[in-house]
Design a protein around this ligand. Structure first.
Ligand SMILES: NC(=O)c1ccc[n+]([C@@H]2O[C@H](COP(=O)([O-])OP(=O)(O)OC[C@H]3O[C@@H](n4cnc5c(N)ncnc54)[C@H](O)[C@@H]3O)[C@@H](O)[C@H]2O)c1
Length: 365
C-alpha cells in the first residue's frame, strides 16, 4: 500500500487531535483501542501523511506544519512532536468569512494583501507540488465563502474532499453534482463524533422509538472552551450547525412522530473558557410509554471533543483514498451516513455501519 497524502484546511484543534492521536498510536502499542477500523482497504492509521496545509492565523501561516499544530489557540497536547506532518510551511488561505467576532481575540488573522485569485493560484501549485490526493476541511462554523473556495480548489486539483464541518457541500445537490461530474469522491458534512452528543442523542431517541414509546420533548445543550465554541457564540454563524445537529436526531424518529420545532432544542449553548477541549453535553428526553405513563431521562456527557473528531476523520480519510484507488466517485453514501451528522442520505447508525463494512470489503483487494 502507498501512503495517503492529505492536505489540511484549518490547522486548528481538530487537526491537532488527528495528527497527535496518530502519533500516540505510533508510540504506544495500542493498535485496536479506540479505533472503529484498524485498517481500511489495507491502510493503517500510520499510512496518513499530512503534506500541505492552509490557514489564516498569523502565528501559523509561514511556520512548518509540524510546529504550527502546536500553536495557540490549539490546546491538544497529547504528544510534544509529530512525525506525520510535513516540515513545509503552512500556506495562506483567503480569510473571506473565516474568523468570527468572538474568535478574533484568540486567532489573529494575517494582514492579507494577496488577492483571492493569487491565493487560489498558490494553493493549486502547493497541492500539485506535494502530490496531495485528499483535502480535509476544518474551517470554523459559518465560513460559507471560504469552504466554497476550498471545495472549488478540490475540484480543480482533482482531490477527494472531506468536509468535517456544517457548511453543506456533500449534502448540497449542486455541489455534489460538481464532484460527480469531476469523478471525485466527497464525504460530508459535519463530523459525527465517536462518542459525541449527536450519536448519543440519536441512539437514545431510536431506543425510545423502537420500544414503542413516544418522545414529546427533547433538548441537547453543549458547552465547551475552545475556539469552536467561542465562534458559535455568534448566532448568525451557528444556523447550519443547529440544522445539522437537529436533523441528525429527528432523522431517527419516524416521519409521523417527528417533533415540532418548539419541542426540540439542540445547539451549542455556551463557551466556558476553562473547559478547553472538554465538551459537556446535557441531553434530556421526555415522553410517554406503556399505558400513556410518562418517562424522562437525563444524560450528562463529558468528553474530549478532539478525540471525538479525530477518531472519525481517521476513517473518513482512509475511505476517501480507498474510493480514489478504485475509481469510485460522488457521494460516498455509507461513509457519509456513518461518519457525518448531515449526509445527503440519513440512515440508522447500525445499518450504515453494516453497509459501510460491506462497501469496504468489496473494494479491498
Ligand atoms: N468534535 C469536534 O470537534 C467537531 C465535530 C463536528 C464538526 N466540527 C467542526 O470542525 C471545525 C474545526 O474545529 P476546530 O475545533 O479545529 O476549530 P479551530 O477553531 O480550533 O480551528 C479552525 C482553524 O481554521 C483556521 N481558519 C479560520 N479561517 C480560515 C480560513 N478562511 N482559511 C483557512 N483557515 C482558517 C483558524 O485559524 C484555525 O486554525 C469547526 O467548524 C467545528 O465545528 C468539530
Amino acid at each position: 500500500m502507498g501512503k495517503i497524502r492529505v492536505g489540511v484546511i484549518g490547522v486548528g484543534n481538530c487537526f491537532a487531535g488527528l495528527a497527535q492521536g496518530i502519533e500516540v498510536y505510533k508510540r504506544n502499542n495500542i493498535k485496536k483501542l479506540g479505533l472503529m477500523h484498524e485498517t481500511i482497504g489495507g491502510y493503517g492509521i500510520e499510512d496518513l501523511e499530512f503534506v500541505c496545509a492552509f490557514d489564516v492565523g498569523e502565528n501559523k501561516v509561514g511556520r512548518p506544519l509540524n510546529e504550527a499544530i502546536f500553536s495557540d489557540p490549539n490546546y491538544v497536547d497529547w504528544v510534544d512532536s509529530v512525525s506525520n506532518c510535513t516540515s513545509r510551511k503552512v500556506k495562506e488561505s483567503p480569510i473571506l468569512d473565516g474568523v468570527g467576532i468572538y474568535v478574533a481575540s484568540m486567532i489573529k488573522p494575517i494582514d492579507q494583501t494577496k488577492t483571492e485569485e493569487e491565493l487560489e493560484k498558490e494553493a493549486i501549485e502547493e497541492i500539485q507540488a506535494t502530490g496531495t490526493k485528499v483535502l480535509i476541511n476544518y474551517l470554523p462554523v459559518g465560513s460559507q465563502k471560504a469552504v466554497e473556495f476550498w471545495a472549488k480548489i478540490a475540484l480543480k486539483t482533482k482531490c477527494a474532499f472531506i468536509n468535517c464541518m456544517p457548511v453543506f457541500i456533500a449534502s448540497n445537490k449542486e455541489w455534489l453534482k460538481k464532484f460527480e461530474d469531476a469523478k471525485l469522491p466527497i464525504v460530508g458534512d459535519d463530523v459525527k463524533g465517536v462518542i459525541g452528543a449527536t450519536i448519543t442523542h440519536r441512539t437514545l431517541a431510536k431506543l425510545c422509538v423502537d420500544r414503542g414509546a413516544t418522545i414529546d420533548r427533547t433538548y441537547q445543550i453543549n458547552v465547551g472552551g475552545n475556539t469552536d465554541f467561542a465562534n458559535m457564540l455568534e448566532r448568525e454563524r451557528l444556523e447550519s450547525k443547529k440544522i445539522s445537529k437537529t436533523e441528525s436526531v429527528q432523522s431517527q424518529i419516524p416521519l409521523k412522530q417527528r417533533l415540532n420545532d418548539k419541542d426540540i432544542y439542540i445547539g451549542p449553548s455556551d463557551f466556558i473558557p476553562f473547559l478547553g477541549n472538554t465538551k459537556l453535553a446535557f441531553i434530556r428526553i421526555e415522553g410517554r410509554m406503556f399505558a400513556n405513563i410518562p418517562y424522562n431521562m437525563e444524560i450528562r456527557l463529558d468528553v474530549d471533543d478532539k478525540a471525538n473528531s479525530g477518531g472519525v476523520a481517521i476513517d473518513a480519510i482512509r475511505c476517501a483514498q480507498l474510493a480514489l484507488d478504485n475509481g469510485v466517485s460522488g457521494n460516498l453514501k455509507y461513509v457519509s451516513a456513518y461518519l457525518m451528522k448531515h449526509p445527503m442520505e440519513q440512515m440508522g447508525d447500525e445499518d450504515a455501519r453494516e453497509k459501510l463494512d460491506e462497501w469496504i470489503a468489496k473494494l479491498t483487494k
